[in-house]
Design a protein around this ligand. Structure first.
Ligand SMILES: [Mg+2]
Length: 278
């Protein structure tokens, strides 16, 4: 291992892990995932799990991980909901009232964080409009969101995804497409879109753990979201080939990862090697 790579690996204090294609595939955990997580703990490296999907509660994800044998805490689970909450608290510290275009589960996560969810009424003026992947989308609320967007209220999208992957015979119209609908009606795009590849999600992890970008490794299988976010944030980007990106696809992308690994097992071995030589 060359000196530069060794120094970069030794600087890593936290590993942010994409989930599908990185630690599991659909519902099957990779055989090396538990060993990898144990290795991080032995090396004194903390870790968290990242998802762009704001529709499920953190408890739902924790239950899914627990079924696979991964014991994680709520603090280790980072979806675009806590990322959006952190963003609002950092950039709009006075904001209290939000018009939330999202699922009841998402709305209760915002309420738990101290925000008030405004009603579908022209009299209940929000401080911010938050558009999300709303599986419970209804026409009057979509119209109300568009109205507030047209009034120039700060407007945040939780994630840029056009569709959510599914193995069912349907298309799950995701947040990016809902925002396109509002844009067509109002001429206005979201002021900021939080999910990968926007660096806001990693910025949230930096402030939670008190780390600099270079001390965080972002590990994922999608070059245009996971690795692009690492690039945008200045973090150490690890592309794993255990999901949807092939080496050929990776080579064509303009922003290259810091390293490419077959899977997280190989990354674990590299981290261990760097620490053994230190
Ligand atoms: Mg993935």
């Amino acid at each position: 291992m060359n000196k530069e790579l060794k120094e970069q690996l030794l600087a890593i204090r936290h590993v942010a892990l994409d989930m599908d294609g990185t630690i599991y595939l659909s519902n099957s955990i990779f055989p090396f995932t538990l060993d990898f997580l144990a290795k991080l703990t032995r090396l004194g490296i903390t870790y968290s799990f990242l998802t762009n999907n704001p529709t499920r509660s953190l408890e739902d994800y924790l239950a899914k991980l627990a079924k696979m044998g991964i014991q994680a805490t709520k603090e280790q689970m980072y979806s675009t909901v806590p990322a959006t909450i952190d963003y609002i608290k950092a950039h709009y510290p006075k904001a209290k009232k939000l018009f939330l275009l999202g699922t009841p589960s998402m709305i209760s996560q915002f309420e738990d964080a101290g925000f008030i969810s405004t009603a579908e009424s022209a009299d209940d003026v929000p401080d911010i409009v938050v558009a999300a992947f709303d599986l419970t989308l209804v026409y009057p609320r979509l119209c109300r969101a568009a109205w507030w967007v047209a009034q120039g209220i700060p407007y945040i999208a939780t994630n840029p995804d056009k569709v959510c992957p599914t193995d069912q015979p349907t298309i799950l119209v995701d947040c990016g497409s809902i925002c396109k609908c509002i844009e067509y009606a109002t001429g206005r795009k979201p002021d900021v879109t939080i999910g990968k590849p926007d660096p806001a999600m990693l910025a949230g992890i930096e402030s939670r753990y008190g780390l600099k970008p270079a001390q965080i490794a972002m590990v994922g299988d999608r070059i245009y979201t996971d690795i692009e976010m690492a690039y945008n944030a200045g973090a150490f980007g690890v592309l794993v080939l255990s999901g949807e990106t092939t080496l050929e696809m990776a080579r064509e992308w303009p922003h290259q990862p810091s390293i490419i690994c077959r899977d997280i097992e190989e990354l674990g071995n590299l981290l261990e090697e760097a620490h053994a030589q230190a």
